[in-house]
Design a protein around this ligand. Structure first.
Ligand SMILES: Cc1cc2nc3c(=O)[nH]c(=O)nc-3n(C[C@H](O)[C@H](O)[C@H](O)COP(=O)(O)O)c2cc1C
Length: 494
């Protein structure tokens, strides 16, 4: 049995892995793996290892910036952003909010004329807090096309720690466009594998962050096993399995009988595996991960209802809803969250029977929310809420002509600056790509030279001695079943 040592997050660690097996009921075996020591796929320098992590799940509507900051405040190890469709990101304008430093990608709504006395506002498609979340944020993309996935991922890659592809959403808005769970079966998962390979090649290699995927169970263990093997060979660093099949509704109990097998397959490829489905707290997530032999757990609905589920029992466990809600309002005001979204989240976080809920529900702006929760004595919060109401046009104030002119002028200036920054970034990326290509060409010609030399010289008898790091990595990758991975992933492995 050969031993391969692979770099993981800068360190070297040997891991002994048994061959993955299907449940006793299985009839078709997945491609056989030799019982060997497998390297973990190397986590790129700006990326994160998903192992031993309890993380916030991607949630459309519920996973906006203030919710992610709230989860991190209560010690979530990593946070997934809500699925964002590639087309909606491509063509956005990037700018930095001068008041709070968050980076915003926005677009001007097509054909919209602002109501009299109001300023035409760009709609913000995505925002990131670079200081507080970038090193823990995984951007989840909705896509059905490798080129568009890469184009959209490039926009956010400098500001996040990983890109995840949504291949689990069963909702028609996703599957009708060939995205989400549709990718599980389109071309037997080949399109999904091509998307992941494209991201590994063009994003990991340039931005030094990992690529991952979130999937659901297929109808049989054999189908799931074949798909997981296929996806793990693309060079991804992580795979999340939502333990429900595509037709299952959210309120049906998650099924875990394929979980151990999926964990084993991921491990056999050196890919981290997170479990998802009906996990309700950090301690439970850690316990289940240990029980089923996976690397960590992802929490959705339990965190939507109370984000302090990420605190361990040793840290006091889940906090009372009022404390969580107060903290959420602070984040929502700080990041200037869309008011409709804030109200939606509050309706998830607050018990409907509490009198404050009714008041919150009737409020027309942030100041009203602060009053509903009786938080006026926090002067910073209250004045911030009032200022935000004015900014968002929630206080009934009609802007004067001069205000409109000023606001539009500064919006244009911000757009120009963003365009210049975009051009500079594109030039820097092109230069980086050129350097990567030159390095790759040099390595390839070095390999060819060594191969010629090897043909001339008798073979060495003592294993890996005399091989270049690239040759060793190739052998390691082949042993691990990575023969189909892109050159970018191989470079990372080196
Ligand atoms: C409100 C909501 C929005 C969701 N949005 C996404 C999404 O954007 N991307 C995704 O992969 N899954 C999405 N999901 C699925 C969750 O990430 C998760 O897989 C599912 O809720 C099961 O986890 P749970 O049992 O902890 O709730 C969403 C779930 C909810 C409740």
């Amino acid at each position: 049995m050969s031993t391969i040592i692979a770099a993981t997050n800068g360190s070297t660690s040997p891991t002994t892995t048994p061959p993955p097996s299907l449940p006793a009921s299985s009839t078709t075996s997945p491609p056989a793996m030799s019982p060997t020591t497998i390297p973990n796929v190397a986590v790129p320098p700006r990326g994160v290892d998903y192992r031993n992590k309890i993380v916030l799940a991607p949630m459309v509507r519920s996973g906006e910036l203030p919710s992610r900051l709230l989860a991190l405040h209560y010690k979530a190890d990593l946070v997934w952003g809500p699925e964002t469709v590639d087309r909606s990101m491509i063509g956005t304008t990037q700018s930095t909010n001068p008041r709070n430093g968050s980076i915003e990608w926005s677009r001007t709504p097509n054909n919209s004329i602002p109501p009299p006395g109001q300023i035409l506002k760009d709609s913000i498609i995505y925002r990131i807090d670079p200081k507080r979340e970038s090193s823990k944020l995984i951007f989840q993309i909705g896509t059905n096309n490798p080129d568009r996935a890469v184009a959209a991922a490039k926009l956010v890659a400098p500001y996040c720690a990983g890109i995840d592809v949504n291949a689990g959403c069963p909702k028609p808005f996703s599957t009708d466009g060939g995205m989400g769970a549709a990718l599980l079966t389109t071309e037997n998962g080949d399109l999904l594998a091509r998307i992941l390979t494209a991201l590994v090649t063009h994003i990991t290699a340039v931005y030094q962050i990992g690529i991952s995927v979130k999937i659901r169970l297929l109808s049989t263990p054999e189908e799931t096993a074949t798909l997981v093997h296929k996806l793990c060979k693309t060079g991804i660093v992580g795979l999340t399995i939502h333990c429900r099949t595509r037709p299952m509704r959210p309120r049906e109990r998650a099924i875990r009988d394929q979980l151990r097998m999926i964990g084993e397959i991921c491990r056999s490829h050196g890919v981290a595996c997170l479990m998802n489905g009906d996990v309700t707290s950090r301690d439970e997530g850690l316990r289940l991960a240990e029980e089923y032999g996976v690397d960590g757990a992802m929490i959705a609905t339990a965190a939507e209802a109370n984000s302090s589920v990420f605190l361990s029992e040793a840290e006091g466990g889940k906090r009372p809803w009022r404390e969580v809600v107060e903290q959420y309002i602070r984040f929502a005001v700080e990041v200037e969250n869309r008011f409709g979204n804030t109200k939606f989240l509050l309706s998830q976080l607050m018990p409907g029977r509490d009198p404050a809920y009714q008041k919150m529900n009737q409020s027309k702006g942030y100041a009203g929310v602060v009053e509903a929760l009786d938080l006026q004595k926090d002067e910073k919060l209250y004045s911030g809420a009032k200022a935000l109401d004015t900014l968002l046009g929630l206080d009934g104030h009609k802007a004067s002509k001069a205000e409109i002119k000023k606001a539009n002028k500064s919006a244009n200036r911000a757009r120009c600056e963003a365009n210049i920054a975009k051009k500079k970034q594109a030039a820097a990326e092109a230069e980086q790509q050129r350097q990567t290509n030159t390095k790759r060409a040099a390595e390839e010609s070095e390999m060819q030279r060594s191969a010629k030399k090897d043909r001339r010289e008798p073979p060495m008898t003592d294993g890996d001695q005399g091989k270049s790091p690239l040759q060793k990595a190739q052998i390691a990758a082949e042993n691990a079943g990575f023969e189909g991975i892109g050159q970018g992933a191989l470079e990372v492995a080196v």
